[in-house]
Ligand binder design. Structure first.
Ligand SMILES: [Zn+2]
Ligand SMILES: [Zn+2]
Length: 336
């Protein structure tokens, strides 16, 4: 993937990397795994975010290539993590504010305790398809006169800058909203249709596809390795359109120079893929702005904050930041 940020030196590009990974596997003692992972990362000088739960591990870590390779080797040497797939991406420790290793009740916060995991992963999930198999499925179904529906497993905001063609994008602010969305009846017409769920790196679909099947969707597939792997295979010449929102300092990446810009500035509707934080202190609302509009304070305040400012100009959060900033930390602990 091409970088969207400051160009780095050639040396920087070749010697630093980000590793993204997850594995659903039962862990008896998540706290012990956390301590081990924290020590390991600190000793190797890595930064990033790692979530551990009784259901496995989900992490994104960056640092010098040698150190990240060492990290991967050591992590895979732990029996439950053996053979864990790693996605590599450009970047390094500087793409993360710090090292954070946490134990959480869920790897991805759906707000559920119904998810069951065994040594083979999430129980009852959708069938995994490689990017090539996704194309085979679409073509085979089309030959039968049936359209395959792509179902976005991310927060709706992420889909503003990139999504699969004609995808269904549920109205989700966080992953917790999926259960309400699925139970709302809005997507019941897809229950007997082939549905392919997708998310950034695949982890959210492991759970989402299981929830859908549990709730009566008959034919659910998930893209193995998510948009990241699909993009590596087909770039911008397949069913993907636009740019990919990522949960680290890069914020968005594109698969090729042919990537379309499908996002629109909230203020003037000019094409853009760049999210900016609301101008007000303490507000983490992200909105798309074009280069011109993002410097105008009146427009770079989100609607809720504009309303509050009008009602109570003295509110402590109404103080504007000195300059617009891009958010560098995810509001949610989803990394892949
Ligand atoms: Zn604009
Ligand atoms: Zn705001």
């Amino acid at each position: 993937m091409c970088r969207q940020r400051n160009p780095r030196t050639l040396e920087g590009v070749s010697t630093s990397r980000i590793a993204l990974y997850y594995k659903f596997v039962p862990l008896k003692d998540p706290e012990a795994v956390k301590l081990w992972q924290h020590t390991l990362c600190r000793e190797l000088g890595l930064r990033g975010r790692i979530i551990i739960s009784e259901h496995g591990i989900n992490g994104t870590v960056g640092g010098p290539l040698k150190a990240v390779k060492q990290y991967v080797k050591q992590t895979r040497s732990y029996q439950p993590f053996r053979g864990m797939e790693i996605k590599w991406s450009d970047g390094g420790a500087e793409d993360f504010p710090r090292l954070s290793v946490k134990v959480r009740p869920e790897l991805v916060a759906f707000g559920l305790d119904e998810v069951k995991v065994n040594d083979d992963g999430v129980i009852g999930g959708g069938e995994h398809l490689s990017p090539e198999q996704v194309h085979q499925l679409v073509e085979a179904k089309r030959a039968e006169g049936v359209e395959v529906t792509f179902f976005d497993g991310r927060n709706a905001m992420e889909a503003q800058i990139g999504r699969f063609k004609d995808a269904v994008v549920p109205e989700t602010e966080t992953t917790r909203d999926f259960v309400t969305e699925l139970d709302s009846g809005k997507y019941d017409h897809l229950k007997d249709k082939p549905v392919v769920t997708y998310c950034t790196g695949g982890i959210r679909c492991e759970v989402l596809s299981a929830l859908m099947k549990e709730r009566g969707w008959q034919e659910v597939y998930q893209i193995d390795g998510g948009i990241v792997r699909y993009g590596e295979t087909y770039g911008d010449s397949g069913y993907w359109e636009g740019e990919l929102y990522v949960f680290d300092g890069r914020m968005n990446t594109r698969f090729s120079d042919q990537a379309k810009t499908i996002g629109e500035c909230v203020s003037c509707a000019a094409p853009t893929s760049t999210f900016y934080n609301c101008l007000d202190r303490g507000c983490s609302t992200l909105q798309l702005y074009c280069t011109d509009c993002r410097h105008i304070p009146e427009t770079t305040r989100c609607q809720a904050c504009r309303k509050r400012l009008a009602e109570n100009p003295q509110h402590p959060n109404s103080g504007a930041l000195t300059r617009p900033r891009r958010r560098h930390q995810a509001a949610e602990s989803v990394s892949v």
